[in-house]
Structure formats: C-alpha cells, structure tokens
Design a protein around this ligand. Structure first.
Ligand code: RBF
Length: 162
C-alpha cells in the first residue's frame, strides 16, 4: 500500500519549528479505539517531546471518523488552538461504508482548512485490515499519529506568517 515505505515517524527534532508556545487540539474518533488510542499516544508524546506544554494539548473524543469534521470545527471555534489534529481509523474489510466515510471526512477536513485560518491535520488511517492499521499505529511502519503531530507543528508555524 502507498504508505508502506513512507515513514516520517523518524524525524530530526532540530529541523522542526519551536513548538513551546503552541497550542493543539486533538480530535479522536472512538471507532477502532485500539488503533485511535495508539495514534493519540503517538501524537501526544511527539508534541510533549517537542516542548508543548501538556495544558496546551486539548483532547476531544467523537463517536467515529464521520464526526471528526464537526469535532475539529468545534475545536477551531472554541479552544483557541494553533492547529487541530484529527485522528481516526476506517478499515475497508470491516466497513461497507468505507468509501463514503473516507470521502466525507477527507472533504470535511479539507473544507475546514479552506474556511478557517488555522490548519487541520489529517490523521485518519484508511486500511484494508486491522493488521495494516496496527502496522501504522506504533507498528512496523511507525505511528501516523506521531507524523500528524509533526505536520501540525510545521503547519502551525507556517500559519503564523499571516
Ligand atoms: N467510523 C470509523 O471511524 N471507522 C469505521 O471503520 C467505521 N465504520 C462504520 C461502518 C458502518 C456500517 C457505519 C454505519 C458506521 C461506521 N463508522 C466508522 C462510524 C461513523 O464514522 C459514524 O460515527 C457513524 O456513522 C455515526 O454518524
């Protein structure tokens, strides 16, 4: 699969912008919770490792990936964050609605990026199997939650150019 050989989890902290004064929202879908918790742990730890204060990491749980858009919107409107990270897991083999939910959340988060002046980061795994999801949530292909956190730091820094 496309992301199999692309692993940004190993990053050079020296190359990242200073995140110490940044504030982040993390929206976590509760479907496939084993995976989304692992993504959250990866994202949270990466933010902390880069100097973000724990009081500046705001978590919001939503029922499933479809609700990530509304959760991220609420976060943007109420939590005074520099970026939002949306974390979810949609597994094709177990979800007849796979395409609909994947498209809905992708479009929804894209719309938020166009409408609001703070970035929303896409941290949604779309895999064929639970095993492939595990591989990307702290397994052999790293942790996509950690990668989402790195993207969030980079994009929060860029948005300060405004
Ligand atoms: N949410 C996910 O985050 N991942 C899934 O794999 C997933 N599969 C679903 C399959 C079906 C048939 C339905 C109806 C919902 C699924 N959802 C999934 C939940 C969805 O994102 C949303 O929370 C609910 O549809 C309520 O709006």
């Amino acid at each position: 699969m496309a992301t199999a050989h692309k692993n940004l989890s190993a990053y050079d902290p020296e190359q990242l912008p200073d995140a110490r004064n940044m504030r982040f929202g993390i929206v976590v879908a509760q479907w496939n919770k084993e995976i989304t918790e692992a993504l959250f742990e990866g994202a949270y730890k990466t933010l902390i490792d880069n100097g973000v204060d724990q009081k500046n990491i705001i978590r919001m749980d939503v029922p499933g990936s479809f609700e990530l858009t509304f959760g991220a919107k609420l976060m943007l409107e109420t939590a005074n964050v520099d970026a939002v990270i949306a974390l979810g897991c949609i597994i094709r083999g177990e979800t007849p609605h796979f395409e609909y939910i994947s498209q809905a959340v992708t479009h929804g988060l894209t719309e938020l990026n166009l409408k609001y002046d703070k970035p929303v980061i896409f941290g949604v795994l779309t895999t064929y199997s639970l095993e492939q999801a595990r591989d990307r949530a702290g397994g052999k292909y790293g942790n996509k939650g950690a990668e989402a956190a790195i993207a969030a730091i980079q994009m929060a820094d860029l948005s300060r150019l405004r």
